[in-house]
Ligand binder design. Structure first.
Ligand SMILES: [Fe+2]
Length: 310
């Protein structure tokens, strides 16, 4: 969702025009389901996957949250080839009732929340920097001014998000976000277009600073799950961090005092939902939650914040 003109925008901090120009956005009327043809995966695509995965593998073992590591260990997400959706989906379904839905690309909010509400997680089967990715966008400029595109890819979707869906509490939390998003759009409270947009943006900010870019206080209780002890104050649970080597490195460096590029702030739901973000850069801040439980309860106890009435 880019930033549109809206009379409630003054309530937000950091209004940054995140361009999604050129990106194909699929809605419910489009042919948005696109099965993965696993036999067509090329050696080059497997190699791109392997490089990304293996660069991050040991860092994540040391710094990712327990929920992530446990999920990853029980799923067939290989470190040297593309994951096969058909092998992963039934295992998540058995554990938490979620399934993978292979889609053609970026989905609009209505469709995205509707799919989440059915406990289905949309995943794409193409990887950045591959001929298939380039082909999809040949002749179209999908980069924003800073050279970034929010087009989803298989590495972020599968390696970043899916392991968490093996955890029942997390899976319920994601389902509740889907339900809330769907209800905001349905507008049973008759708030009108401006407020629907405004409340959806609140929810998008919440998602961004929590399950995409959130950190967890490291209480020193998870080292038994790791090959090497976590030597920083935080554990990573945001999927956007987990799928980005640069973002993980930045957190380690800032936490060790080797860089001051980003700051670490205590999670506060009212601040988080009103703080917009820039997806073209390493994040300038990360919000630290006390525990996954405290995140879930803060969301449930503050649902009304997503029904701002103007
Ligand atoms: Fe994501």
């Amino acid at each position: 969702m880019g930033i549109q003109k809206n009379k409630y925008n003054y309530l937000f901090k950091n209004m940054i025009p995140n361009s999604i120009e050129g990106i194909k956005i699929y809605g419910s009327k489009d042919q948005y389901i696109k099965p993965q043809y696993y036999d067509d995966v090329t050696n080059l695509e497997n190699r791109i996957w392997s490089e990304l995965y293996q660069k991050l593998e040991f860092l994540l073992d040391q710094y990712a949250s327990k929920e992530y590591l446990l999920g990853l260990r029980t799923l067939p997400i290989p470190n040297n080839m593309f994951p096969n959706f058909k092998l992963i989906s039934p295992l998540i379904e058995n554990a938490t009732g979620w399934t993978l839905l292979s889609v053609a690309g970026f989905l609009d909010e209505d469709l995205f929340f509707e799919i989440n509400k059915q406990r289905r997680f949309p995943v794409t089967d193409i990887i950045r920097k591959s001929p298939r990715f380039d082909e999809k966008y040949s002749g179209v400029n999908i980069l924003n001014k800073k050279g970034y595109t929010p087009e989803p890819d298989i590495f972020h979707d599968i390696q970043g998000h899916i392991p968490f869906l093996m955890n029942n509490k997390y899976a319920d939390f994601m389902y509740e976000i889907g339900v809330l998003g769907f209800e905001i759009i349905k507008d049973e409270r008759k708030l009108g277009k401006d407020l629907i947009y405004h409340n959806l943006k609140r929810l998008q900010n919440f998602a961004w600073w929590t399950y995409e870019y959130g950190l967890l206080d490291n209480k020193g209780l998870t080292d038994s799950f790791r090959r090497v002890d976590n030597d920083i104050k935080f554990e990573v649970y945001g999927s956007g961090i987990i799928s980005s080597y640069d973002e993980v490195k930045n957190i380690i460096e800032c936490s060790k005092g080797l860089s001051n590029r980003s700051k670490f702030l205590k999670y506060d739901i009212e601040e988080v939902i009103l703080t917009c973000f820039d997806y073209s850069h390493i994040q300038d801040r990360y919000y630290i939650i006390d525990s996954m439980e405290s995140l879930y309860s803060s969301f449930r106890e503050n649902i009304e914040l997503f029904y701002f009435e103007g």
